[in-house]
Design a binder for this molecule. Structure first.
Ligand SMILES: *Cc1c(COP(=O)(O)O)cnc(C)c1O
Length: 427
């Protein structure tokens, strides 16, 4: 039985048939049909690139043939292209505990992070935090987050430094009287560790800092409540758990309470109060629109809606219960059936500290993952030595978990991997 409260399964299923029985009683199982997944593939990489919603193909056809091809430039008005960032943001908002008018889907996560960080520094500079000069983040954060902060400190925000903290335990002390902004990724991309958002935000505020949360591995994966979590600003990705499509625009959240004070340096015309007045002076629009910069990739943007539509047919609570059941099952089966092969779990066992992915280290992690992919089990590899498996309750089944573990066991039992496996440009 899947317990809706804990998500844990007991006893541990001992056969594929037992996993199929779990699928038969899974309330989310019918949603798998909303995605087009190839036969013979166990897809455990939806944390990196979500699967394609079935609806995306017809939507792409319509936007290209009719909206662009036939209606041409009129579609900015007639198809609502111009309002799309805000309309999609409102649709995404319930997944992250945001209100309407607080989110826009736009630009990349990297760019939105730059805007959010610059905006947070600007708020501090104009208030009680004017003397603070440090951005605190984790050394283990996703690299682009660190790089964007370094870029900001190196160019626009001269005199600011980026303080990299080595462990979660060291974070509280690193958030001190010099800290202007804390920038954390809520679920770590490598380990799947989930921060306690409310506790960390409260600590940052108690020290006089603002906090920016990156939800790249959280949105659509775990229930979120940015307001209750005390976040100041947030960004996130739509092409991972939200299934928006490769390179789909990301999102940025600015809560109503900060919108009047929020300003960002990428002050393009889409953030202008009256863009078609074509005036020579920038004047930001009221509300979340000031987080926009310029013209958006409309074709990609429209497809984000197809991913969001699927979420409206369930709840994040149901998704979370299944996510924990899937990750618990995967951990337990790997530890039971692949014992003695030197695998090391890097993901927290504690539910509250776990996202929706599981990582195991192996000395030949890259080669083992290459062998898994060759046999249709698609996860990915992250330095150092981590095989990463993402679990996406909308389309991952309990049988998928069983099959993935059995193929992993077979590869390890037989040493059926090539330690000289070649790496592509993207791992
Ligand atoms: C995936 C991810 C990104 C991706 O940023 P892009 O600008 O889309 O390349 C950024 N930050 C984190 C934490 C991520 O997991």
């Amino acid at each position: 039985m899947v317990s809706p409260l804990s998500g844990s399964i007991s006893p541990l299923p001992a056969s594929r048939a037992a996993c199929a029985a779990l699928d038969a009683q899974d309330p989310l199982a019918p949603l798998r049909a909303k995605f087009d997944l190839p036969e013979g593939v166990v897809y455990l990489d939806g944390n990196s690139l979500g699967a394609r919603p079935v609806a995306a193909l017809a939507r792409a056809q319509d936007v290209i043939a009719r909206e662009w091809g036939h209606d041409l430039i009129r579609s900015w008005n007639t198809a609502g292209w111009f309002e799309l960032p805000g309309r999609l943001g409102d649709r995404l908002a319930p997944l992250i505990g945001a209100a309407k008018g607080e989110v826009v889907v736009t630009d990349s996560t990297s760019l939105n992070l730059f805007k959010a960080l610059a905006g947070a520094l600007h708020m501090q500079a104009g208030g009680a935090g004017a003397a603070r000069r440090v951005i605190v983040t984790e050394r283990g954060n996703f690299p682009t987050d660190i790089y964007m902060a370094q870029g900001l400190a190196g160019w626009l925000a001269r005199g600011y430094t980026v303080r990299l903290v080595d462990s979660v335990e060291e974070l509280p002390a690193a958030i001190d009287a010099d800290c202007a902004v804390v920038m954390l990724t809520h679920v770590n991309y490598r380990t799947g560790y989930q921060h306690d958002m409310a506790a960390m935000s409260a600590h940052a505020h108690a020290q006089g800092a603002l906090i920016v949360w990156d939800l790249a591995h959280s949105a659509g994966a775990v229930p979120l409540d940015l307001h209750a979590g005390g976040a100041d600003l947030a960004v996130g990705c739509t092409y991972k758990y939200l299934n928006g499509g490769p390179g789909a625009p990301a999102f940025i959240w600015v809560p109503k309470r900060h919108q009047a004070a929020f300003a960002q340096p990428l002050s393009g015309w889409w953030g202008h109060a009256n863009p078609f007045a074509m005036g020579p002076e920038f004047a930001p629009i009221d509300g979340i629109g000031r987080a926009l910069c310029g013209t958006q990739p409309i074709i990609s943007l429209t497809l984000v809606e197809c991913g969001l539509e699927v979420f409206e047919q369930t709840s994040m609570e149901a998704i979370r219960a299944k996510s924990l059941a899937l990750t618990d099952l995967f951990i337990a089966l790997v530890e039971a059936r692949c014992a003695g092969h030197g695998l090391g779990l890097v993901t927290p066992r504690e539910h509250a500290r776990r996202g929706s992915q599981v990582g195991f280290t192996h000395d030949h992690g890259f080669a083992v993952m290459a062998a898994l992919i060759a046999r249709g089990v698609i996860g990915d590899y992250r330095e150092p030595a981590i095989m990463r498996f993402g679990f996406t309750p909308l389309y991952t089944s309990f049988t998928d978990v069983w099959d993935a573990v059995e193929i992993l066991r077979d590869i390890l039992d037989n040493g059926a991997y090539d330690v000289a496996a070649m790496r592509g440009a993207v791992t």
